[in-house]
Write a new protein. Structure first.
Lengths: 112, 111
């Protein structure tokens, strides 16, 4: 089944403790992206990647890192999480630019 | 960067009526405009998209219109059904890689 898989689904952590949210797609998509969703703010793009080893900042990249060492994986790294990074995170992939994005099931992160 | 505004934030319609959601954008370079539907607790899913070289696109009960001059685009849902109840997001992309989303419209279809 074609899908985008994120892990974990839920995560509660403490301020400053490094964490990684994984994202994997099995559709051989070139393009992958991370978003955060907050009430009243919609979806905001954090980082995107057009291919292996090619990443670029989205609208709200501060406090996040990403890597794209393999085509299928695009992990999101929070090196020193803060409470303002408490949010619902979505990974998405698409065949190329300006094409349908397929979203993962979401990761609800709480930083206390 | 691009700024996308979406209205209304909430919309209630009777089953069978039409629903219209409007978005405006600021960057004239934007050329791809997708619409996503997000049911409660679920992931967003694309329902329709339009590119800047097209003024209107239809898919069964759903249509999107684009006015490049005025920098606005709209989602039209006809003959609404209870399963259309969800949050709808518009988005604009100037590069095909960067996406800017509206703040969402919560649509409730009353049976």
């Amino acid at each position: 089944e074609a899908q985008v898989t994120q892990n974990p689904r839920y995560l509660i952590t403490v301020t400053g403790k490094k964490l990684t949210v994984t994202c994997s797609q099995n559709m051989n998509h070139e393009y992958m992206s991370w978003y955060r969703q907050d009430p009243g703010l919609g979806l905001r793009q954090i980082y995107y990647s057009m291919n292996v080893e090619v990443t670029d900042k989205g609208d709200v990249p501060e406090g996040y890192k990403v890597s794209r060492k393999e085509k299928r994986n695009f992990p999101l790294i929070l090196e020193s999480p803060s409470p303002n990074q408490t949010s619902l995170y979505f990974c998405a992939s698409s065949l190329g630019t300006a094409t349908e994005a397929f979203f993962g099931q979401g990761t609800r992160l709480t930083v206390v | 960067g691009e700024n996308v505004e979406q209205h209304p934030s909430t919309l209630s319609v009777q089953e069978g009526d039409s629903a219209v959601i409007k978005c405006t954008y600021s960057d004239s370079a934007s050329n791809y405009f997708p619409w996503y539907k997000q049911e409660l607790g679920k992931r967003p899913q694309l329902i329709i998209d339009i590119r800047s070289n097209v003024g209107e696109k239809k898919d069964q009960r759903i249509a999107v219109t684009l006015n490049k001059t005025a920098k606005h685009f709209s989602l039209h849902i006809t003959e609404t059904q209870p399963e259309d109840s969800a949050v709808y997001f518009c988005a604009a992309s100037p590069t095909g890689n960067q996406f800017y989303f509206g703040t969402g419209t919560s649509l409730t279809v009353i049976p």
